[in-house]
Design a protein around this ligand. Sequence first.
Ligand code: PEP
Ligand code: MG
Length: 832
Amino acid sequence: MPQTVASLKPLSIHATGAVDAQVFGARGARLARLAALGLDVPQALVYPPKLVDAIADGAEITWPDALGGQVLALRAAPQEAEWGGPESLLPIGVAADTLDHFIATRGEVEALRLQLQCIRNLGAAVSGATRNSIAPPPQSGDSAADLHHQIQTAREAYQAETEDAFPDTATGQLRAALRHMARGWHSASARILRAAKGAPEDAGLAIIAQVLVPNCRTGRLQFVDQSSGQAQLVGYVLQDGKEHPLSELSARECAALKALEAPLTRGHADACRVKFALDATGKPWLTDVRPAQRSARATLRIAVDLAKSELISREDALLRIEPRSLAEHLHHQIDPDETRDVVTTAMPASPGAATGRIVLSAQAAMAAEAQGEAAILVRHETSPEDIRGMHSSVGVLTIRGGMTSHAAVIARGLGLPCVVGAAELRLDMKARSFRGPKGRIFSEGDIITIDGTSGEVINGTCKMIAPDLGGPFTVLMSWADKVRSIGVRANADTPTDARAARSFNVDGIGLCRTEHMFFEPERITVMREMILADDAASRAEVLQRLLPMQRADFIDLFDIMRGLPVTIRLLDPPLHEFLPHEPDELEHLARVMNVGIDDVRARAAELAEVNPMLGMRGVRLGITMPEIYDMQARAIFQAAVAINAQGGAPVVPEIMIPLVSANREVELVKERVDAIAAAVQAETGSSFAYKLGVMVETPRAALRAKDLAKSSAFLSFGTNDLTQMTYGLSRDDAGRFMRDYVQRGVFAEDPFHTLDLEGVGELLVMAARRGRDTNPDLVLGLCGEHGGDPAAVRFCRLAGFDYVSCSPFRVPIARLAAAQASILAERGAALK
Ligand code: PEP
Ligand code: MG
């Protein structure tokens, strides 16, 4: 039995009072808001979900008085747009009982056209047949007689397809249309589809019945350019089924549309896009509103412009930007309109995109650069020997490796696009080519594009959009710095990095990996001599030659970073990383050093390790070959003296010991570093302060933070190694299975990319607490790649850290994430 719905009535969108999206649907709520802003919105009623459910069950309805004598469009309005819903149905209401009225008000031909469209559209929807099988579309030259004939044929087709007569009253049409939409919402397939989009089991549908503006031209428009966010009218108007640019409208019509911008932007505190209908007088009526479509760059400009116009606060502007999206301002991006011939997709290790010729060795990259050619360095994986080649390349692609593999870390530091772990590619160094899926072969010299933001490797060139660090970006960053309460430093190894870092307004250098200084061509040979030295005395002699080079490096760094802290990490990597691997390079080294090639080979073999990441590296080198750290400490102190002699704020170097696992290691290094500081002060007659700290990279160091805090001024968490060692997962090999692991839900995210808050995070919190229990002034920092991960920045702030440190190009991301963390914490506190 059809139930009565006397208590359930459609609601006017022009009614005043609060609008509930659960009752009005998202679209109904948007229309009500437009109406509340005093803008012209065609009259509309909302059938709330309960009424729609009753209609699905067969409840009777009548034509609403408020919409008497009008042609309607029915549109679905679920609570969330992505839940979908039945297609719109229009025009509705041109039936035998209303036809005379429409003939009188709109002319016979127009009235008949509407009726024909109604039969056609409703018939197709109800029966599931195509519109053309009900009737061909009305043509512009059709006469009244033609239309009468077509209507008759369409009625017959309607009856044949639906096994029902076409409803001959306006109410009958409305009932059939509403019932069709209401039942469609409850169909099994619709339920499954919206459940997949997160809709609850009992999600309801509102339906909007809106008056169709007579004799109108409809169109779409937004008030800002989608790519840049700059103010501009962008859109089209439909005429004869075709899109025409807005420039074809009259100046008066354009002005009327433009005049909508201010109330819309003010009313929504955002840039908007709208659907409109221009009536016969050229007056625009609004039929829907949404946030304007926008790229990441446009999002930033819009937010800054809104805050400058005081339509939103600066804090809200900061919260509207996804920190990671800043990467799109900092690097080249592939034009979104470009079609991509994707060869493979791997790990997006360093953002931005680049096009260049494939080179398969560092030497080839350098040669390409010398000839002014852009090169993409493709390697199985990179090692320190490739760094110069990476400098010469515009992008790096590796077959192996994960988010913190050598290639990834160095590329992020250089701001180079990088894709790693491209396991689908087979690199053949003999043939100087690689093979991709489907047997596609790419040879050295072929052009490819890599997108380090999406992880795609693309055949050929792509049109690019250049970085943009102009006005709005700088303004937003300055607002971020005013509210953030955690420091953001940069990981910077060279003067070039330090300059980049300074340009991103960092609070200092949180990690200078000194090993990178030894790969310069004039230094690597000396470094190798030192490594191959037979005993401590000859090692010390060679180190004397490295000393002035290191001193010069540190003078440069201190000079560039004047007034800001600089943390220098003592040598970390296993020594064999500095030795050549190719036979001709080994021979060259033997010649330069005037020793036999067999001796060089034997020494290299002696240094080889099964598992070098867990071997003779970090502080273990410092304990067993203390002369190396002695030299570095001396170079740091001498550089500080040299800079301090120039006046200005004194340099307070921060020396950091890597890969510590026991406090005794710290004590042993500290004794020598203190002694060297005293010696340099005595030799130079200058005094200086310095800090000695520990890099927490092993789980044991985290566990023993209480002891470490006794001998350390600061603890800086090296979360790359700490993640590796906590998981027992090699950072260089993780790429092989990471995608499978994430896809199958073993890890929510790649823990080298997003800090594992539950596991590694717990070690951080525990160590921070234990360290500060011993030494309340202990400075806490994080200097792994996670320093640029927004969630890690929020986490560190909550855990009471003083700073995070990340690659220079991720510094803006960390600054914004830090600002957002402060704003949200303050708002949360205000709510309590
Ligand atoms: C770390 O381990 O987190 C770190 C910063 O050091 P590296 O990446 O040089 O091992
Ligand atoms: Mg490390």
